[in-house]
Design a protein around this ligand. Structure first.
Ligand code: NAD
Length: 487
């Protein structure tokens, strides 16, 4: 399709070549793959199906660009990043449209993602100037002990399809701000948003080779990024399965890794909660992006005393969601990303119902057909259901009943994951006890939307390692060097 068919004001934001060393590049053998619109099935573009060869070239370009980029002042890099940030915001509407077209989320959410993605660039443009070291009081007379923080070098970033813009900027902004260069492999479902970001990075004046985007075969590109000794760090966001694989592949070269993986977020509603606020939080946390968010509430644990009232209010709010093509005005829930995702939702839901779950609303594919699914609430789900352990990654909210605070904490922690957790309560003693007892990297307290560039995002256990955003996010791209000087 052409950019005008897609309704873009700026046609050049639709690119169908990869971006290596400042040049728009095809695969060495000319092979390509389709990028489709999940709402309609229409092919939007074809992009290069690259493998090791092109990835090696991109890594070489990043290595060649590294000395000059690293040598610039932080202020100089910051100025370029700020220019990139402003260009993204100036083109927010086109970028959001492209994102909705390839990913499916409602346009309003896509606009939100562009602003959220850009916020990392703005924030790290500033924070990169503050990658301070230390002077340590010496342990012997005349000695001088110093700590320098230096960029890790060439970074390989592999990102998922659910946030095609923000998952890239959350990695690339801190990397570039401290002087690293990067090779990005976007998800095969959503490369167009990544390529549009590269168009604007180039326009902002970010030099050739500093940011490279390689599209194509995940396993073969991943092998090169993890196996090539020039790459000093891998930053990955995606499933736990692939994260484990990449971590194993990085073991031989002892590369630094940051992994943002899957979750199984509990959303706990205690008897003393403000139920209306809990419903607002539950709706945002569960149905945003059709439930395809790593921090999405996956299990609703509701205390007996408010169980029925919460179920009723939540169902009422869910029934007001409007399913359709994300480009249609008023739509609040788009399609799922592909048929595999729909099958997974159906299978986990069927299992919950077979084990005693009761559908309160939804429960079936949507009348629109294709990849659309009814926003669903299923109550009385037993903890033996698969959905209690597995990420559903779709618009299904299962309700589990609990009696005591201790039960809720035990149920919430009974998972291999540890990304985000949420709870609603008003008793101050309970708020502290529960916040401290939850084994998670992030806890939303009376809040269903916790992501922001200013706070550390990341998980524990099988949800990953490392943090993104905030001053902590900078550390993932810095090496510590200790200097010991004798008199
Ligand atoms: P995925 O793991 O299938 O894919 C993620 C990325 O890895 C894609 O770019 C994909 O092409 C690539 N990939 C796949 N196989 C690979 C291989 N063998 N070698 C190298 N790269 C490979 O995950 P997904 O389905 O795209 O995303 C959904 C998952 O991501 C969910 O589990 C979700 O919870 C998680 N996620 C986590 C966070 C977080 O910050 N913790 C954020 C968003 C999504």
């Amino acid at each position: 399709m052409t950019s005008s068919t897609l309704g873009l004001t700026r046609g050049d934001l639709l690119r169908s070549d990869a971006y290596i060393n400042g040049a728009w590049t095809d695969a060495a053998d000319g092979q390509r793959f389709d990028v489709t619109n999940p709402a309609t099935g229409a092919v939007l573009a074809t992009v290069p199906l690259m493998t090791q060869t092109e990835t090696r070239a991109a890594i070489a370009a990043a290595a060649a660009a590294l000395p000059a980029w690293r040598a610039r002042t932080a202020k100089d890099r910051s100025a370029l990043l700020m220019r990139w940030y402003r260009l993204i915001m100036e083109n927010q509407e086109d970028l959001a449209r492209l994102l909705t077209l390839e990913q499916g989320k409602p346009l309003a959410e896509a606009r939100g993602e562009i602003a959220y993605g850009a916020s990392f660039i703005e924030w790290f443009a500033e924070e990169g100037k503050r990658a301070y070291g230390d002077v340590i009081p010496a342990h012997k007379p005349g000695a001088r002990l110093l700590v320098l923080k230096q960029p890790v070098g060439v970074v390989g970033a592999i990102t998922p399809w659910n946030f095609p813009n923000a998952m890239i900027t959350r990695k690339i902004a801190p990397a570039l701000a401290v002087g690293c260069t990067a090779v990005v492999k976007p998800a095969e479902a959503t490369p167009l948003s990544a390529l549009a970001l590269a168009v604007l990075a180039e326009e902002a004046g970010i030099p050739a080779g500093v940011l490279n985007i390689v599209t194509g075969d995940p396993a073969r590109i991943g092998q090169e990024l993890t196996g090539n000794p020039i790459v000093r760090k891998i930053s990955f966001t995606g499933s736990t399965r692939v994260g484990q694989l990449l971590m194993a592949q990085c073991a031989e070269g002892v590369k630094k890794v940051s992994l943002e993986l899957g979750g199984n977020a509990p959303f706990i509603v205690f008897d003393d909660a403000d139920l209306d606020a809990a419903v607002v939080g539950a709706l945002a946390s569960k149905y945003r992006n059709s439930g395809q968010t790593c921090v999405c509430a996956n299990r609703f644990l509701v205390q007996s005393g408010v169980y029925d009232a919460f179920a009723e209010k939540f169902a009422e709010a869910i029934r007001k969601l409007n399913v359709g093509d994300g480009l249609t005005a008023g739509v609040t829930q788009g399609p799922l990303i592909n048929q595999v995702a729909v099958n997974k939702v159906e299978s986990l839901l069927a299992d919950a119902v077979a084990k005693g779950g009761r559908i309160v609303t939804g429960g079936t594919p949507h009348a629109l057909g294709g990849l659309f699914f009814e926003p669903t609430l299923v109550a009385d789900v037993p903890t033996t259901a698969r959905i209690a352990k597995e990420e559903v990654f779709g618009p299904v909210a299962p309700l589990f009943r609990f009696e005591t605070e201790a039960d809720a904490i035990a149920m919430a922690n009974d998972t291999e994951y540890g990304l985000a957790a949420y709870f609603y309560a008003r008793d101050l003693g309970r708020v502290w006890r529960v916040a401290e007892a939850l084994e998670y990297g992030m806890v939303g307290i009376n809040d269903g939307m916790i992501s922001t560039e200013v706070a550390p995002f990341g998980g524990i256990k099988a949800s990953g390692t490392g943090r993104e955003g905030s001053k902590y996010g900078l550390n993932d791209y810095l090496e510590i060097k200790y200097l010991a000087m004798s008199a």
